[in-house]
Design a protein around this ligand. Structure first.
Ligand SMILES: [Zn+2]
Length: 115
């Protein structure tokens, strides 16, 4: 058994540091900036991202963009039972990976059985 852990804050800062470049790659095509349906210009947001510097605060990026999809790590640990993204869990024999909540449920089931 081994512990699997994602340093969420570190992962968010890493994603944040790449967000301005990725934003440009996504929304600047054929020498044109994308305009969102609500009228916001992708270029204006890009300038905002650039102004936050090389190691921007992920919360400021979320606020600027309007959601957290650009700073959330997409490779979170996924529990084999509840299939939720969590920061840590336990891997058993490289096959079964469970989060702490599901491990607690397992213990409850065993305790109930033993009574
Ligand atoms: Zn779980």
């Amino acid at each position: 058994m081994k512990l699997i852990k994602i340093d969420l804050l570190k992962a968010r800062y890493h994603r944040a540091s790449n967000s301005a470049k990725k934003w440009r790659d996504t929304y600047y095509r054929n020498n044109k900036w994308y305009i969102f349906l609500d009228g916001r210009s992708a270029e204006r947001i890009w300038f905002g991202l650039i102004s936050l510097g090389k190691n921007p605060d992920p919360d400021k990026i979320d606020k600027l963009i309007g959601n957290s999809s650009w700073t959330q790590p997409n490779n979170y640990y996924i529990c084999k039972n509840c299939e939720k993204n969590v920061e840590y869990g336990v891997c058993i024999k490289e096959e079964i990976s469970l989060c702490d909540k599901c491990i607690k449920k397992c213990l409850c089931i065993i305790k109930r059985y033993k009574k």
